[in-house]
Design a binder for this molecule. Structure first.
Ligand code: SF4
Length: 360
């Protein structure tokens, strides 16, 4: 149903971006990059959650050097995020960064940018031209004003101006992002940008907020863009543990039926008919599902009115009764249990189903 816009393809390590490749979900660490142990530990948790590309901040030379130690111990491609200092960009690539995110115009001039581009070519590293509302050049702000939903032009022109600096050096392994914290500016900006370029696009709402506000803003903006076929990779930016960004990212892809990773959970909001303590039960099931990779449909329902119907359609489900619960498997009643025995039996069955599916 979704027709994706045609973009060129680049590669970050083994991960293809654009050109029809699966839309990849990425995140950024919030550890001190110089602290290799902590950064590796966080990236490993993110890998487990499904993160496909990881970006680390490189604010100084020690962080650039740490990239080697981090990369050796992780499996997903590592992107270095650099501002202003071309030496850090070069050092990050020399120490194994598989992509860099820069703003070519703020590296201190053409000579410095040329050195960065030489290193990128030598190490076969693509560059993300990342501009955001706060980094727009003064002359563009004067010409167009601050970007707004109906006038994202300054953001787009800034990005294309920075891309042109790379193209002037015959460098084309590029992806582009134009980030705004405003949902509507994000939508209109990427729509317009996708008409003007066929470089792959990294989409996202920057500084989107906490779990609820950030998820809603990102889902609205990215949901609309992805539905229109715009975007080749994305990050859901949340003021939370980055693992949450990955979970929200995959839920977004699932809800648009673009990609499916891990089980899908359906659970009811509860109402006056509910006679079991559903919230802790649903929470425990949801937590457990985060550790699973198999594509299963799992229902947790509060009563026998709608419960059994939903539970039956799922691969496995619970419908609550009066202090009891019925477990359904593949449409059939599997067990009726007292409320307190429900969770361990249910989790056990989930694990069995995951094992069976893996073996088949
Ligand atoms: Fe209420 Fe039952 Fe629907 Fe849950 S499934 S919201 S308990 S009617």
């Amino acid at each position: 149903m979704i027709k994706r816009r045609k973009t060129r393809q680049i590669h970050i390590g083994p991960v293809a971006i654009g050109g029809g490749a699966p839309i990849s979900v990425q995140s950024m660490t919030n550890t001190d990059t110089r602290d290799i142990e902590a950064t590796v530990a966080q990236i490993r948790r993110l890998e487990k959650a499904g993160c496909e590309l990881i970006r680390v901040a490189v604010p100084d030379m020690e962080a650039a050097v740490a990239i080697r130690g981090i990369r050796e111990r992780i499996t997903i491609p590592l992107i270095a995020d650099i501002h202003f200092d071309s030496r850090l960009a070069v050092a990050a690539m020399e120490h194994g960064a598989q992509a860099i995110r820069i703003n070519p115009g703020n590296l201190g001039g053409e000579d410095k940018l040329a050195r960065v581009v030489d290193a990128a070519r030598q190490h076969r590293v693509p560059i993300r031209v990342g501009v955001n509302s706060g980094s727009i050049e003064k002359d563009l702000l004067k010409k167009y004003g601050y970007p707004t939903p109906d006038r994202p032009t300054a953001l787009i022109e800034s990005a294309l101006r920075n891309v042109a600096l790379l193209e002037k050096l015959s460098f084309y392994e590029i992806k582009i992002s134009i980030k705004s914290s405003d949902t509507l500016t994000t939508i209109s900006g990427y729509r317009e940008l996708s008409e003007k370029t066929d470089y792959p696009l990294h989409i996202g709402v920057t500084e989107a907020g906490g779990l609820i506000a950030g998820t809603v803003k990102s889902s609205v903006a990215l949901g609309i863009l992805l539905f229109e076929g715009i975007g080749d990779t994305f990050r859901i930016s949340l003021t939370r543990d980055p693992e949450e960004e990955i979970r929200v990212g995959f839920e977004l892809l699932r809800s648009l039926r673009i990609r499916q990773r891990g089980p899908e959970m359906i659970s009811c909001p509860t109402c006056g008919r509910t006679r079991i303590d559903l919230f802790p039960l649903a929470e425990a099931v949801e937590k457990h599902l985060q550790t699973m990779e198999t594509n299963l449909k799992v229902a947790v329902m509060g009563c026998v009115v709608n419960g059994p119907g939903e539970a039956r359609e799922a691969d496995i489900g619970i419908a609550g009764g009066h202090g009891v619960g019925i477990i359904f498997k593949k449409g059939e009643i599997f067990k009726k249990l007292p409320e307190e025995e429900l969770l361990p039996v249910f989790l056990d069955e989930l694990n069995k189903m995951e094992r069976e599916r893996r073996e088949n």
